[in-house]
Design a binder for this molecule. Structure first.
Ligand SMILES: Cc1cc2nc3c(=O)[nH]c(=O)nc-3n(C[C@H](O)[C@H](O)[C@H](O)COP(=O)(O)OP(=O)(O)OC[C@H]3O[C@@H](n4cnc5c(N)ncnc54)[C@H](O)[C@@H]3O)c2cc1C
Length: 371
């Protein structure tokens, strides 16, 4: 396939979509490549349609929301014309499952227990939960991906994994799986850190090998649907975090969201949708999650259906010194033809941080190519 573009964005997760959106808005000739057929990266929303027991549910396989205090994703949503689809969390507060009972947790404590890094300015605002709580989109996080892709469809090239990057006469030459190549004046790599590390190191920046120090933790989420009358009572808050260590006394559920109470429109009337974060288990993670949740939430009978998503490389965590290493690589890149890195592997794992990272990379590239 012959692709010609001034700027190639590799990776169509939120960071790459935000970068391509910014470039396209500025009138740049952009191509957006992804190794997968589906845009969105870790954003996966399923809305099973048609008559049947799955109709009317919104199932998130990856992120399900973001802190209302984070502006970047909301600004992009407004720019993309879907500001009206932003929805606030319905409930507030979360609990700790002690192994015997659910106890209320202070705001922000659930994230801390899960090891999620919340910026300190945002953390301080969590003291006022409903005002500064979480937000999502009316029919799931995919709303934003769909709005961006509506504009970017003509330049989106699915199933085009980048396998190599080398300097060209004017800019860069990218090798793609299948053997074809693309030349571009500028490149944005909005890829997982390990993929960007290999490409940038191969393009002559030895310091970029440290980008591969970012550890991506595996994660499995299981969504389970029930009739409301299968639950002893509607639980309080948006979910719980388990105090049990993984594997301890067979505990599988690490945390759980009451999706149908957390955001509007996640389940049809008379139904409940629960999403569990499950640690490594022998056998079916949905069966393990249901068995535990039945005891914790007083659920009778079997789930109507379940859907598991496994992320062998899920949320990234940085080692000490990460920001310095990323800054050193970026400094080195300023001495080469326009090349930028963006995304969760570098600038923060939250969806809003990814949007910010992608847009900033695009603005930097636009400056360098003089658009
Ligand atoms: C289970 C789960 C729950 C989460 N929940 C939340 C949440 O509630 N709130 C929140 O803020 N964040 C959450 N996150 C984190 C957030 O979803 C991610 O950090 C963010 O979506 C990453 O976006 P990205 O664009 O940087 O990377 P990705 O979404 O990983 O996109 C990278 C893209 O690059 C493509 N790619 C890879 N290699 C190549 C290659 N060689 N050539 C071309 N393309 C390539 C991939 O196919 C992918 O599409 C969650 C993550 C997980 C896994």
């Amino acid at each position: 396939m012959a692709v010609s573009a001034t700027v190639v964005v590799a990776g169509a997760g939120l960071a790459g979509l935000a970068a391509a959106w910014e470039l396209s808005r500025a009138g740049a000739n952009v191509a957006l490549l992804d190794a997968e057929r589906r845009p969105g990266g870790m954003v996966v929303t399923e809305r099973p349609g048609g008559p049947g027991e799955k109709d009317g549910f919104v199932v998130e396989g990856g992120p399900d929301g973001f802190l209302a205090a984070e502006p970047d994703i909301q600004e992009l949503a407004r720019d993309a014309g879907i500001g009206g689809r932003l929805v606030d969390q319905l409930a507030s507060g979360s609990s700790l499952w002690t192994g015997r009972r659910l106890e209320p947790l202070a705001e922000g404590q659930a994230a801390a227990l899960l090891g999620i890094q919340i910026p300190s300015d945002v953390g301080a605002q969590l003291a006022a939960p409903l005002q500064f709580g979480f937000r999502s989109f009316a029919t799931g996080m995919l709303d934003l991906v769909e709005a961006l892709v509506a504009r970017l469809a003509p330049v989106f090239r699915p199933a085009q994994g980048v396998t190599g990057l080398a300097p060209a006469t004017r800019g860069w030459r990218l090798s793609l799986n299948g053997g074809s190549t693309v030349e571009a004046e500028a490149v944005i790599l909005a890829l997982p850190a390990w993929a960007a590390a290999r490409l940038v190191t191969g393009a002559g920046v030895p310091a970029a090998r440290h980008l591969d120090d970012v550890i991506y933790y595996p994660s499995t989420t299981v969504s389970l649907a029930y009739r409301s009358d299968q639950l002893a009572a509607a639980p309080a808050g948006t979910g719980f975090v388990s105090a049990a260590e993984w594997g301890e006394s067979g505990a599988a559920v690490r945390a759980c969201s009451y999706s149908w109470l957390k955001y509007p429109g996640r389940a049809p009337p008379g139904h409940a949708l629960i999403r569990a974060f499950v640690g490594p288990v022998d056998g079916d993670p949905a069966a393990a999650a249901h068995a535990e949740l039945a005891g914790i939430l007083g659920i009778r009978g079997s789930p109507l259906w379940s859907r598991a998503f496994t992320w062998p490389r899920g949320l990234p965590r940085y080692k000490p010194g990460h920001a310095g290493q990323v800054a050193a690589v970026r400094e080195r890149l300023t001495r080469l033809a326009p090349l930028a890195i963006a995304g969760a592997g570098f600038d923060g794992a939250g969806v809003s941080a990814c949007v910010k990272s992608g847009r900033e990379a695009a603005r930097g590239i636009l400056q360098r190519i003089g658009s």
